[in-house]
Design a protein around this ligand. Structure first.
Ligand code: NAG
Ligand code: NAG
Ligand code: NAG
Ligand code: CA
Length: 426
């Protein structure tokens, strides 16, 4: 069997010699680690057999030279990826294989999506930022009343005018819709979720618990019953960040692969990752979720001052197939830390908002984050799906419903659209 595969491989190499699949480099590559995008029409196991055969051949002819170790096999209808450890000697062999669409180096940078510390450098006086959990507390009814301003997001998105009208109702609640949140995990037992959060998958084979916080914060805005938009949607928590809030492309692609193979429709997927440079595999993976029939929402850019904030510079948000979201203040101005430029699709509130805290059931945080802007859009997408809008039409619906020309500050080419959803009838 190995011999036959070997002959096939040799033939293929001879026929296709010279034609190399593109190689995308990373800023700080992990030596020998590559993600191979396999063509969707190709039989995955045939490629795996060929690579194993090549590995064996190299082991016999020159031990320790030309190894190919397969670390992660992701085979699905919409996405086929292999994560491998390769000796440089095998790299061209792999790139010449007709099943391989492109190869990308795995990035070794700690690609934390947002740099919380950087929020301090913007002059946002009096704002509690994510990561500073000492501000979270158990809220009483009185606290909610005193903090009405922190609900400006819910109030703003169901009306055209800026002046809040205290009406926070929406024409729908996302009942029957599945929101997949690929993030840090979610505090499942929080009172605002009413048992609507399921620990779906933990890439690190742990319990899915949120030891970092941003997953619980985002889930609250998307689906919390008092702080959120789609008050009856189901949240499937997919945990991909470790407790240090670091990420890797391989882990994210694994998480996306899991979602694509296990999803229940109708579905919204919210991704919290945003990486600059590279990200070709991540973008392809995110787009595969659209092929699988979900609406995919992502922030325009992470909070980071050391790099620009153009959404087009970040993966997966640069993809025109996803809904890429920028952030606004209470006054509709684009926030200083929001992503901008032509790859943004829409803006939504993101500053100084009340949401569920991972501290304990009944605790709430008041925070600013681009994740929350994306979560508003994920919630609105769930409302449309719950109202039987076809998944393929949801992006268009959200863009055409949006309030035009109210977002202030320089948008650098981003369309001037603020999220809007009908308040419904009483
Ligand atoms: C947004 O979410 C990501 C992943 O869950 C996290 O790494 C990041 O710190 C969050 N950003 C903020 C400002 O909370
Ligand atoms: C997380 O950070 C701590 C302290 O900075 C470090 O000791 C630990 O090794 C890190 N864990 C991981 C999984 O990176
Ligand atoms: C919010 O506004 C809508 C549309 O005007 C109205 O039908 C609904 O009753 C209002 N909700 C509340 C709680 O006032
Ligand atoms: Ca309102």
């Amino acid at each position: 069997m190995c011999l036959r595969s070997l002959i096939v491989l040799v033939l293929i190499t001879a026929v296709c010699g010279g034609s190399l699949a593109p190689l995308y480099t990373a800023q700080e590559p992990i030596p020998n680690r590559y993600l191979l995008k396999v063509k969707n029409e190709y039989v995955f196991s045939d490629l795996v057999d060929d690579l194993l055969a090549e590995n064996e051949r190299n082991a016999q002819t020159a031990p320790g030279f030309g190894h190919i170790d397969i670390l992660n096999e992701m085979d699905g209808t919409y996405l086929k990826i292999l994560y491998v450890d390769l000796d440089y000697k095998s790299l061209d062999t792999v790139r010449k294989h007709p099943a391989v669409e492109f190869v990308e180096e795995e990035d070794g940078r700690p690609i934390t999506s947002d740099d919380n510390a950087d929020l301090d450098e913007f002059d946002l006086s009096g704002i509690d930022t994510a990561g500073k959990r000492d501000h979270s507390k158990r809220f009483t009814q009185e606290d909610f009343e005193l903090n009405q301003g922190a609900f400006y997001g819910l109030d703003r998105i169901n009306q055209r005018e800026l002046e809040p009208d205290q009406n926070l109702t929406f024409a729908g609640n996302g009942f029957g819709v599945n929101i997949y949140l690929v993030s840090t995990g979610v505090l499942q037992t929080h009172e605002d979720f009413d048992c609507r959060v399921r620990m779906a998958y933990d890439v690190m084979s742990k319990t899915g618990e949120d030891c970092s916080g941003s997953g619980t914060n985002a889930a609250g805005i998307a689906a919390g019953k008092s702080v959120g938009v789609a008050k009856a949607a189901m949240v499937h928590s997919v945990r991909v960040h470790d407790c240090n809030n670091t990420e890797s492309t391989n882990r994210h692609v694994s998480a996306i692969h899991w979602v694509a193979n296990n999803l229940a429709k109708p579905c919204v997927v919210m991704l919290t990752i945003s990486i600059n440079s590279g990200g070709k595999t991540l973008q392809t993976a995110a787009e595969s979720l659209v092929d699988a029939g979900c609406v995919v929402v992502v922030k325009a850019a992470p909070i980071r001052q050391t790099y620009g904030k153009k959404a087009c510079d970040y993966s997966p948000g640069r993809s025109h197939r996803l809904i890429t979201v920028g952030a606004t203040y209470q006054n509709d101005g684009k926030t200083l830390w929001s992503g901008d430029g032509i790859c943004v699709d829409i803006f939504a509130p993101g500053n100084n908002l009340m949401t569920t805290s991972p501290m304990d059931d009944g605790y709430y945080d008041k925070i600013s984050s681009p994740n929350l802007s994306a979560a508003f859009v994920a919630g609105v997408a769930a409302i449309h799906l719950g109202n039987k809008v076809d998944a393929a039409d949801v992006k268009h619906r959200i863009l055409s419903d949006s309030t035009p020309c109210v977002v202030g500050n320089e948008l650098l080419g981003a369309p001037n659209r603020l999220l809007y959803v009908d308040p419904g009838q009483s």
